[in-house]
Design a protein around this ligand. Structure first.
Ligand code: 6FA
Length: 535
């Protein structure tokens, strides 16, 4: 069957777009390379303590840290060298659920959004109505394991920070600390309304390699589905393809469709499977796919405090399971410690920089630590981590691409390339620890007191600065050549190829990005539906 819209990738971008286009009566196929995630989507990956329920690893927020330690980690895309979720829901099914509705500044002209995008409020409101934020994800309305939050509040209060309900006032991101999360996931909301429509179909375990293209016109997508002729899913006349395969996935599909910088397409040409599927060189479209990439540079500070319960660093939450009282409480009514991912408190501050351009810093604190470097003994049961990310205002950019094996990867790392980004983050870290003496018993163990903050940042392994917040590889803009997609999210020099995912976002927002990405998808769907020439 041909479709009006074929959407590639069921991450937050793809699911919301699929829901809105199918709601408008279009026939929509959503193609996802991975398999089910939550129980509701048919997932079955359970810990023993969840047996007898339909809850999977992807349903229980408290299992978040186990995503990184479970040896059976089938949910990560194995052909992307950084963390990317390859399952129904994409990154939205494996992430920490830190959820920030975009501020006005996140869509401002000076962040690179075209003028048509600054009126984001109706779309953000639509998102908020479907996915309301919460101060307490536990169903009993209480917050649990709050010691880290209490210690960090004591640390920040003398610096002038105050408490905020951030998603009621998204613009207020200076010297505030907050407790807010996502209540429900795109797969539990937008995907379910789409699935209820006869004009919507979800196809899992199916990979799109490239679009089928005759010059500027796309006629379908090439997949690995051996049950249909040539593996091709066709479009209706006037139909459209929307890539929502994520910052790495969508860029790779473009390269494999002959769209992007020549060096990348030449790698595709050299591949025995992908090469023959390329359009002739005369039809290659040269666009800056993979450039302009950013991700928050993040640095971890690790502390101990006698009041803190490190929750055994989340080591046992999947297998053999959390403490019996906590698993019982969660199974009873989805309340308690397991109802929330590991982060306990988030905070923001605006920082002046040596180049005169303000940067924002977000902090996220959680019990436990990924790694500790110290010369002194310490009490691991009392440790916690503050991750400090530099966000809005950063100037550093990198490049992503593919190698000869068609694996997607960073080609030029995007973290702290700009000297003012680096000096600003160092200043932000120094600010965080400046009031440590006002919290009796608080000890910083990484870096410890033999290492200065400057030395710590200077020797920080760039591979561990990754925040998994990749944006910009198919940057939106008004000028072909400088941007990959136009203000309607259509790939320049094509008639009917669009991108709606993190990759079009020109600059990082104040905080973790998927709130902004989902508001963007709401707005992009409206623009695509309004654009003449479609089905
Ligand atoms: N963002 C937040 O706002 N808060 C968080 O707490 C947060 N945490 C994390 C986190 O802990 C991790 C480990 C990761 C990886 C990301 C986090 N993020 C967080 C970022 C956020 O999840 C991403 O920004 C967001 O998911 C991006 O949404 P997109 O729609 O742009 O893209 P996805 O990567 O989510 O989805 C792409 C989908 O396409 C996947 O399902 C993939 O399987 C599919 N796909 C890829 N290539 C394909 C192909 N060729 N054919 C078919 N399907 C394909």
């Amino acid at each position: 069957t041909p479709y009006d819209y074929i959407i590639v990738g069921s991450g937050p971008g793809g699911i919301i777009t699929a829901d809105r286009l199918s709601q408008a009566g279009k026939s929509v196929l959503l193609v996802e390379r991975g398999g089910p995630s939550t129980g509701q989507t048919g997932g079955t990956y359970q810990a023993d303590w969840l047996k007898g329920t339909n809850l999977t690893k992807f349903d229980v927020p408290g299992l978040f840290e186990s995503m990184f330690t479970d040896p059976n980690d089938f949910w990560w895309c194995k052909d992307v060298t950084v963390f990317a979720g390859c399952l129904v829901g994409g990154g939205g099914s494996v992430n920490g659920a830190l959820y920030w509705l975009p501020s006005d500044n996140d869509f401002a002209l000076n962040t690179g959004w075209p003028s048509q995008w600054t009126n984001h409020q109706p779309y953000t409101a639509a998102l908020k109505a479907r996915l309301p934020p919460t101060d307490a994800p536990s169903t009993d309305g209480k917050r649990y394991l709050e010691q880290v939050s209490d210690v960090v509040t004591k640390l920040l209060t003398p610096q002038g920070y105050t408490s905020a309900t951030i998603n009621n006032s998204p613009n207020q991101k200076d010297h505030v600390y907050v407790h807010q999360w996502q209540t429900r996931w795109p797969v539990a909301t937008y995907l379910q309304t789409a699935l209820a429509r006869p004009n919507f179909k979800l196809k899992t375990f199916t990979t799109v390699m490239n679009v089928i293209r005759n010059g500027s016109t796309i006629t379908g997508v090439q997949t690995n589905d051996t049950t249909v002729p040539g593996g091709i899913y066709p479009l209706n006349p006037k139909g459209r393809v929307i890539l929502s395969a994520g910052s790495y996935g969508s860029a790779r599909i473009l390269f494999r469709s002959g769209i992007g910088p020549t060096d990348m397409i030449n790698l595709v040409k050299g591949d025995p499977i992908a090469g023959p599927l390329l359009p002739p060189q005369s039809q290659w479209i040269n666009l800056p796919v993979g450039f302009n990439v950013s991700d928050n540079p993040s640095i971890n500070l690790v502390f101990t405090h006698p009041s803190v319960n490190s929750y055994d660093n989340w080591a046992d939450v999947f297998t053999p399971g959390p403490p019996a009282a906590d698993s019982a409480q969660y199974l009873k009514n989805q309340s308690g410690i397991m109802a929330q991912a590991s982060p306990r408190i988030n905070f923001w501050s605006a920082l002046g920089a040596t180049d005169g351009v303000t940067r924002w810093m977000q902090g996220t604190a959680r019990p436990g630590a990924a790694s500790v470097t110290t010369s002194f003994p310490y009490n691991a049961t009392q440790m916690f981590t503050i991750t400090a990310y530099l966000s809005a205002g950063i100037k550093s950019r990198g490049r992503l691409g593919i190698n000869a094996a068609m694996n997607a990867m960073p080609l030029v790392n995007p973290w702290l390339v700009d000297p003012a980004d680096k000096s600003t983050l160092i200043q932000g870290l120094k600010n965080i620890v400046s009031t440590m003496s006002s919290v009796p018993g608080l000890t910083m163990i990484t870096p410890d007191n033999t290492t200065t903050i400057d030395a710590y940042v200077n020797s920080y392994d760039p591979a561990t600065m990754d925040s998994n917040h990749w944006v910009g590889s198919n940057i939106i803009g008004t000028v072909a050549g400088k941007a990959v997609v136009d203000p309607n999210t259509k790939v320049f020099n094509t008639d009917n190829l669009f991108v709606v995912d993190a990759s079009i976002v020109p600059s990082l927002p104040y905080g973790n990005p998927h709130g902004l990405i989902m508001s963007m998808a709401e707005q992009a769907s409206a623009k695509i539906l309004a654009l003449a020439g479609g089905p």
